[in-house]
Ligand binder design. Structure first.
Ligand code: ATP
Ligand code: MG
Length: 1002
């Protein structure tokens, strides 16, 4: 057996003590597995297969997976042995099975089972390594998953390893991007499922944030998951959150074009007015013999201009005059004081609308309203719905039915008016605060935001809440539908949900800290099966990029002439193309890969080890595909890997180097660096080293020295750290949202899964009642006459009786105490609701009840997501002050969440008795959700949602990374998932939903 030679040598050379310890622990188990495997060899195939069922029974009877491990691993290894020589079909290609687990592969399997990241070099056969722990954990009967970096590898590995699993009696599935949900569900019902991180993550989001019934959900367990190329997924992809977005559910598109003429009328009037005011002010202020009184008048005019058109040219020019400016600022300050409130108000009322620059608001004045709605001064005033309700209720002459109709009319009027006002106000902002070619540009019929910090365009990004549409209307281009985030999660928080997580990759060690801090995963370096004999040559350093490329070309040409295959690694698609052009000019045949066409590229990469092959690849291209050396290549020195620059992260460079010299093959690698490379320019030690280089470095010279490598690595470490803090910050922000998401999704799921959704509905109503009562002064509950209970009385009259079909008398609540009052109200609501339920078709009732809650949750949660996105952005901007933006964010997020839960519950309360009329809306919702959502995530190929979803489009919106500085606390999931009604794990004795579950930090 090969165990002792490589393991021994590795034991001597390895630095890491914990690796040595782990391997020492594994050695006797490996011996045990091999003994067991020998004894299995005499069994028939069926007898071997029967082991699987036997293990499953033993597991159910209480034997732990750990106890089953040696036998289970032995069965897998023996299964592999029996497959040898068989041809299996993998992605429509026949492959002959010729693998039996090496000892180091068994050790790797143990590391995975113990939730480590197994670092095993490229070509060590990680695909096979994962079979042992997957088989073992699947014995639990739960769905186990293996994450690959792309769809092609998911399919390949599920076919390839599937042969082994199926031989042993397990079922295997694989998720692909275009799969409809029925098929997905089937795949998740298998013992083992392969798929990409995005697919798994989006399925989770759809199951929990969008599915409207239990039958819509596809995933089963989040039990055991192995992530292949773990660094790429848990670190690189984790920078981009998964987002499902789609058009806003616009029942009524806002009437922009209809309101636009009114707004231009307003704007014109105001411009004329401000011109006049500014002109007047200028005349007075620039004349020498003005009286103090008229100077004051003039400044007041400027004050008006500022409120009416903050960017008015003449006003701005006048502000350049120090004296005028001083006078103005003093006046402005005075107007803020209570003492001058009236005058300030009067001055503003002379305008048509008032712009509040700080809050980016625009409000109509009486004058403005009169201008756009001459006959109807109330046309642009939001009606007071609560008062209207009370008034309707008081009309003794009306029947209940008539009252309801009137109430509905009032609601419609309310909605129409508030939408009109919102539209006007957004249009005003578009006209008054957003300047073309400054805040935005118009290109190809689209309004594109200009990043205020960098000046770059941000295609695909939109201002929210109708503002973008208002600007589109102003510019006369097509008004696009508002999009909205339906659901979002980061890769980190998705994977932290699993009971057991493990990973494998060729390169993890340099990122061990991050794996530990974020995922609680340890890294375990597993020795190679055969000793690695790769020659890593020192970096070559050049002054300029041109000289560098020339040298790469020269070295490549030389190898190519000898027939030695060369793999050129570049850091970006762009430099791949640059280098490809150079090769073309030099007449060297080559292929370029940039990780776009996974399957085709895998075929090409597989050929990269043939004589004379030249392949250019970016770092992800062709990962996971074996590069076998062609005939006679060993003698030429194996595959030669040339890196045209150092990547930001050492890990990626190691990954590239690992492409050659697999499984004891020969091979060599070298990196080329120039002082013009981004990495060198930005991060290398600019001091002594570069000075020395500058001086002693002729243009065509080339340097090679160990210290150079060292300084480059230091530069890389710096970048790595910086990137890590960005990711950590992203996560700290998402953690806040994550707790909230857990709560909201658990309500949503409870409603979907609960046989009697009405129970949860009533629970939410009771919570709302409790909240409402909490705001009433204690004294009122102790009072013994109605006149001492004004708040309670108004709660009964203008909330309880309006929201629910109740005709309660506030008098009945006198003297009951807080709890008594609450109980009485709850009881009455429950009675009324029972009455309604009896009248409904019980089949439909459940669906409607689910709808009431799910709809309320979705509407408010999705709004909340948008609000939180904005909050993040604004907190990021505020971050320059003294306050810690993260804690600012946390407390605001807490407040916003409380508010969201409140509106959600209110909606449930007001929706529960109207549900019968909502069936159409319900079906409508199902339709819009399933037709229009689109998902974006780290995979450049965006995934589609349910069946027949629309094509992917814009790139994933990046969360703001320019935010606040990182805070150095590691973020980890502190507790297992807690139900909303469970006791809070913090030990407060309160329910989770009332305690830590609400919002993280407040
Ligand atoms: N025990 C084994 N015996 C013989 N061949 C093996 C064994 N294990 C793996 N191989 C072969 O080694 C090659 C590389 O395997 P695999 O692609 O799984 O490696 P990997 O570690 O995943 O590499 P990468 O880092 O490129 O993904 C495959 O061709 C596979 O058939
Ligand atoms: Mg692999």
């Amino acid at each position: 057996m090969s165990l002792f030679s490589p393991v021994k040598s590795i034991m001597q050379t390895l630095k890491g003590r914990q690796y040595r310890k782990f391997i020492k622990k594994c050695i006797p188990v490996v011996a045990q597995i091999n003994d067991l495997e020998k004894s299995l060899q005499s069994l028939s195939d069926d007898e071997l297969r029967a082991k699987t069922a036997e293990f499953m029974e033993r597991y159910q009877a209480g034997t732990s997976l750990e106890d089953l491990l040696p036998e289970a691993f032995a069965v897998v290894k023996n299964g592999a042995r029996r497959l040898c020589g068989q041809t299996i079909e993998v992605c429509e290609q026949p492959i002959e099975w010729q693998m039996v687990h090496y000892d180091v592969q068994l050790i790797g399997g143990m590391a995975l089972h113990e939730r480590h990241i197994a670092e095993m070099a490229t070509g060590e056969g990680k695909t096979l390594v994962s079979t042992c722990p997957l088989y073992l954990n699947a014995l639990s009967g739960k769905n186990c998953q293996l994450v690959t970096v792309n769809d092609y590898l998911a399919r390949r590995d599920s076919h390839w390893m599937g042969a082994l699993f199926e031989f042993l009696g397990l079922t295997v599935g694989c998720i692909q991007n275009s799969m409809p949900s029925a098929e997905r569900r089937e795949m998740y019902s298998k013992n083992i499922t392969y798929g990409t991180a995005s697919e798994f993550g989006f399925d989770y989001l759809r199951d929990n944030g969008m599915a409207t019934s239990r039958d819509d959900q596809v995933q089963k367990d989040h039990f055991f998951c192995i992530i292949d190329e773990a660094d790429s997924i848990l670190i690189d992809e984790a920078r981009t959150p998964l987002i499902i977005s789609g058009p806003m559910r616009e029942d009524h598109p806002l009437p922009f074009n209809e309101m636009k003429p009114l707004v231009t009328k307003l704007v014109d009037a105001q411009v004329r007015q401000c011109n006049r005011l500014a002109e007047d002010a200028k005349r007075t202020l620039s004349s020498d013999d003005s009286e103090e009184d008229s100077l004051d008048e003039a400044t007041a005019k400027l004050y008006q201009v500022k409120r009416g058109m903050p960017t008015h040219r003449q006003f701005m020019r006048m502000m350049e005059d120090a004296q005028i400016r001083k006078r103005f600022e003093k006046f402005d300050l005075e107007m803020n004081s209570d003492y001058n409130k009236e005058r300030a108000h009067k001055l503003k009322e002379e305008l048509h609308y008032v712009i509040d620059e700080k809050n980016q608001q625009a409000d109509l004045t009486e004058l403005g309203r009169g201008l756009i709605s001459p006959g109807d001064p109330e046309g642009f005033v939001i009606p007071d719905l609560a008062t209207t309700y009370v008034e309707i209720d008081r009309k003794k002459s009306l029947s209940d039915e008539e009252k309801r109709t009137e109430r509905q009319q009032a609601e419609v009027e309310f909605q129409v008016k508030s939408e009109r006002i919102h539209t006007i106000s957004q249009l005003l902002r578009a006209y008054a605060l957003y300047e073309k070619d400054k805040e935005y540009v118009v290109q190809g019929g689209k309004v594109m935001i200009v990043d205020e910090n960098t000046g770059r365009l941000m295609p695909g990004r939109r201002w929210s809440n109708g503002l973008h549409q208002a600007v589109e209307s102003k510019e006369g281009v097509q008004i696009e539908k508002e999009t909205k985030t339906y659901a979002t999660i980061t890769i980190q928080n998705y994977f932290r949900m699993y009971d057991k997580l493990a990973g494998m990759t060729g390169t993890a060690e340099t990122e061990a800290g991050e794996f530990h801090d974020i995922y609680r995963l340890g890294v375990m370096v597993i020795p190679t099966h055969r000793e690695c004999i790769r020659k890593d040559l020192n970096d070559l350093m050049f002054k300029g990029r041109r000289q560098k490329y020339n040298q790469v070309l020269e070295d490549l040409t030389e190898a190519n002439k000898r027939g030695q295959p060369v793999l050129v690694g570049t850091a970006s698609v762009e430099s791949s193309e640059v280098f490809s052009r150079m090769l073309k000019r030099a007449n060297i045949r080559h292929t370029v890969l940039n990780a776009k066409f996974h399957e085709k590229e895998a075929e090409i990469v597989a050929q990269a080890g043939q004589q004379g092959a030249v392949t250019i690849a970016t770092n992800m291209a062709g990962r996971g595909t074996d590069i076998k050396l062609g005939e006679g290549v060993k003698e030429l020195g194996g595959l030669l890997v040339l890196g045209t620059e150092r990547h930001e992260s050492r890990r990626i460079d190691r990954q590239l180097r690992g492409r050659c010299a697999r499984q004891g093959d020969p091979g060599s690698s070298r990196f080329y660096v120039s002082l013009e490379d981004d990495l060198m320019r930005l991060f290398a030690n600019q001091g002594a080293l570069s000075k020395m280089l500058e001086k002693s470095f002729g243009d065509d010279e080339m340097l090679e020295h160990g210290t150079l490598d060292w300084s480059i690595q230091n530069a890389q470490k710096k970048v790595e750290q910086q990137n890590y803090s960005i990711r950590k910050r992203l996560l700290q922000y998402d953690d806040v949202l994550n707790r909230q998401r857990e709560i909201v999704y658990s309500i949503r799921n409870d409603v979907l899964l609960e046989d009697d959704p009405g129970k949860i509905l009533m629970e939410l109503v009771e919570e709302e009642v409790e909240e409402r009562f909490a705001s009433i002064p204690e004294a009122e509950f102790k009072a013994n006459k109605l006149s001492d209970m004004p708040e309670l009385e108004s709660l009964i009259a203008s909330w309880a009786n309006v929201t629910f079909p109740l005709n309660l008398m506030a008098g009945d609540f006198v003297g009951l105490g807080e709890e008594g009052c609450r109980n009485l109200l709850n009881e009455k609501i429950a009675q009324a609701y029972e009455g309604k339920r009896r009248l409904e078709d019980p089949e439909q009732l459940q669906g409607l009840e689910r709808y009431v809650v799910v709809n309320a949750v979705d509407v408010h949660w999705q709004d909340h997501l948008t609000e939180m996105e904005e909050l993040r952005r604004s907190v990021g901007l505020r971050g320059y002050g003294q306050k810690d933006p993260l804690s600012e964010y946390k407390s605001e997020a807490f407040r916003a969440f409380e508010e969201m839960m409140g509106s959600m519950r209110s909606e449930v309360c007001s929706g529960m008795f109207r549900a019968a009329t909502n069936l159409a809306a319900f079906e409508n919702m199902l339709n819009t959700l399933s037709k229009s959502a689109k998902s974006t995530g780290p995979d450049s190929a965006a995934t589609t949602g349910f069946d027949k979803f629309s094509a992917p489009s814009s790139p994933a919106p990046q969360l703001n990374e320019s935010g606040p500085p990182p805070v150095a606390t590691p973020v980890v999931r502190e507790a297992p998932k807690v139900g909303r009604n469970d006791a809070c794990p913090c030990g407060s004795g309160k329910k989770y939903k009332k305690c830590c579950g609400v919002g993280a930090a407040a």
